[in-house]
Design a protein around this ligand. Structure first.
Ligand code: PFF
Length: 453
């Protein structure tokens, strides 16, 4: 694999991985579950989960990716030729395609709402109708499909441009921009009268809410947020050169992802409380509650309403794109390296598959809303299948593979760069213990209890 592309620097690696991690999950789920499960107390267990369980999984994927410099399928085949582990490679082909399909529907909505914001639709006199706008829009057929096409098209364009000119360039620009924008929204949100209630919702520690449920919510959120168990971190790490410090780039990624989620909390909840609205999560928060709040802010002038809504939906769109490209890259790398097709054709192929599934997910809010899979609409089924099942299964298998199947010396070599990173050599026994025992046992227990529940 001599002509394979590589990320140019540590900053590029962290930006790309953080780009995959920072997305809708940070903005529409994290702020809400923090408040639900005990504020600062939850943030504490979230940090623990991220560093003790999620980071070891991220490192497991990084080890496999950087060791082989191959796509997810090829990597498993190289490290465990002729074994059933190839199924893990295959699983990581399927999961990102399913996630990308429904994620792009939401990405498309963000594009639509950015257009609405630009055309000044969120103004004070519209405030009462803004909430209903979402139901009408998402259940219609052509508007959401057109936006899905735009979103997936943009994703494909970046991926087609390659690892350095596409993924690296986009991430290096978009991640700093996202941080600036979310800080700007948070500052604005915190200056609204009545916002302090929202701050209290986020930070007031309530240890009585730290139940088993809170723990599994923290882990689920942390996995989804760090894009684990589906091969995206593996494929990005396969573009990392042999001199890079995997522990440093993994920890940097987890840090920036968490920082963004916390900033998003301060951007969203103070505004929600200032408007006297009950906090929610998911599409309702982003496409109903917040546009209503932005429209009402028109007391500061239509200029303020429009500026803040444009900034907000632009932030969501860019955050979603920086995640969607990582999902598309998994399949594209597979087709290029295993099937020998050109990058252009591979991108077109993955675009076509996700677009078809995306159409079904989009229509499941409208004409297909009565079509149910195990009692769920197609969109909800895909979401539940991936976030509750496939991602956890993938994460569990990655940790088992690196902890139990791979040669310990190879794992050490990757994490310490052949012993040349002294700090990593010192902490290696702890990291290895987390990968080999702590992660699989904890994730296994949560996975099995989830199946039995
Ligand atoms: N981490 C993304 C978010 O928080 O929105 C979601 C995600 C991206 C999940 C990439 C899975 C994935 F492969």
């Amino acid at each position: 694999m001599t002509n394979r592309e590589h990320f140019g620097s540590r900053a590029a690696v962290i930006m790309a991985m953080a780009g995959s991690a920072i997305g809708l999950g940070n903005i529409w789920r994290f702020p809400f579950i923090v408040g639900e499960y005990g504020g600062a107390a939850f943030i504490l267990i979230y940090i623990l989960c991220s560093f003790l369980l999620s980071l070891p999984i991220l490192l497991s994927e990084s080890i496999i990716g950087r060791r082989t410099h191959q796509n997810t399928f090829g990597a498993m085949n190289t490290l465990a030729p002729g074994t059933k582990w190839k199924w893990l490679g295959l699983l990581t082909m399927v999961s990102p395609i399913i996630i990308l399909s429904y994620y792009s529907v939401v990405g498309g909505w963000s594009f639509a709402y950015l257009c609405k914001a630009v055309s000044l639709q969120f103004r004070p006199e519209n405030a009462e109708t803004v909430t209903g706008m979402f139901g009408t829009f998402s259940s219609s057929t052509w508007g959401p499909l057109a936006c899905l096409t735009v979103f997936l098209g943009l994703t494909a364009l970046i991926i087609f441009s390659g690892v350095k000119k596409g993924i690296e360039k986009f991430s290096k620009i978009s991640i700093p921009v996202l941080f600036v924008l979310i800080v700007a929204i948070a500052v604005y949100s915190l200056t609204l009268p009545g916002s302090s209630e929202g701050v209290r919702y986020l930070v007031k520690p309530d240890f009585s809410k730290l139940t088993a449920d809170a723990f599994s919510a923290a882990l689920g959120q942390s996995f989804f947020s760090l894009s684990l168990g589906v091969g995206t971190m593996l494929i990005y790490s396969s573009y990392v050169n042999k001199h890079e410090n995997l522990v440093a780039s993994g920890a940097g990624t987890a840090f920036f992802d968490m920082l963004f989620a916390i900033l998003a909390g301060f951007a969203v909840m103070p505004a929600v409380f200032a408007a006297g609205i009950a906090p929610t999560s998911g599409p309702g928060l982003v496409f109903e509650t917040l546009p209503f709040i932005f429209a009402k802010m028109g007391s500061g002038g239509i200029f303020i309403s429009s500026a803040i809504s444009i900034i907000f939906f632009f932030t969501i769109l860019v955050a979603a794109l920086s995640s969607s490209i990582s999902m598309m890259e998994v399949g594209v790398a597979y087709l290029v390296e295993e099937k020998g097709v050109t990058r252009g054709k591979a991108t077109l192929g993955i675009f076509a598959i996700t677009f078809c599934l995306g159409i079904l997910c989009s229509l499941s809010f409208g004409v297909l809303s009565d079509f149910k899979l195990l009692g769920n609409t197609i969109f909800n089924f895909c979401d539940k299948l991936c976030s509750n099942f496939l991602m956890t299964l993938g994460a569990l298998l990655f940790s088992i593979f690196v902890g139990w199947k791979m040669d310990k010396a190879a794992v050490r070599e990757e994490l310490t760069n052949g012993g040349s990173i002294r700090f990593n050599s010192k902490i290696f026994p702890v990291v290895y213990f987390l990968i080999k025992y702590v992660a699989p046992v904890t994730i296994g227990v949560i996975f099995i209890s989830g199946l039995l529940a």
